[in-house]
Design a binder for this molecule. Structure first.
Ligand SMILES: [Zn+2]
Length: 57
């Protein structure tokens, strides 16, 4: 299951349109723990202005 970091919607699979980022650092937080942040298709579009391609297989 995957949860959108923006709107909190969930999906069973990160199928087409989902984006997942590894948030690896925060310049102001020395004890920052890297984490994954996912965006559903609609949030991906709103945040980044693109419809993600899915051709990564
Ligand atoms: Zn979303």
């Amino acid at each position: 299951m995957i949860r959108c970091g923006e709107c909190r919607c969930v999906a069973d699979d990160a199928d087409e349109g989902w984006l997942t980022y590894l948030i690896a650092e925060d310049g102001e937080e020395p004890d920052f723990i890297p984490y994954f942040l996912s965006y559903c298709p609609s949030c991906s579009f709103r945040e980044f202005g693109v419809i993600p391609r899915t051709a990564y297989t």
